[in-house]
Write a protein that binds this ligand. Sequence first.
Ligand code: G3P
Length: 219
Amino acid sequence: MEFFLDTADVDEIREIAAWGILDGVTTNPSLIKKSGRDFKEVVREIAGICSGPISAEVTAMDTEGMIAQGLALKADLPDNVIIKIPCTAEGLAATKVLNEKGIDTNVTLVFSAAQALMAAKAGATYVSPFIGRIDDTGHDGMNLIAEIMEVWASYDITTKVLAASIRHPTHVLQCIQLGAHTATMPAKIFRQLMKHPLTDKGLEGFLKDWAAVEAAGNA
Ligand code: G3P
């Protein structure tokens, strides 16, 4: 399973990349706004820190505009940048054209299995169902991942399911159990996934006992 960071904060990306398990980064217009930085400049820097796919989102609403923005981003930015496209009819058409030109895409704002399947048919490299935002409406976002994985099991689909809008470590664990290919999450969740009080407690005990071994001259 691939682990992506969902941020445009380069300090966080450097921190998690240093762990050696970061497979990619997703950004969106809200995350770029939060960074307070120039869009292309920050995506270029991110692409230099992490060699995996870095999603950069188009903002045009029409197919031609999305294709033009996607091509311009690909021309301007490092090779590992992929084009994030909203899951609309116009976005599907743009995804198909970009796919035919050999450009990888991430179809975002997916809230149903039908949308995911249509994005896959258009040739999306990734589809991004948003779990947390469904939870926010009082429904269970994880059901969407389960439905999509069920559809994927019945057909020969190469598009990867990228679980997004992840809010806590249990979301990640459930995605792993359901067989999602990728999960994108904030740095906070990477840290939570690694933390266990019994690891800390066990380590404390080992270090204390090792100090005694050294004090006895037996190291
Ligand atoms: O990158 C898209 C997605 O992960 C957004 O998450 O927390 O804004 O719902 P959130």
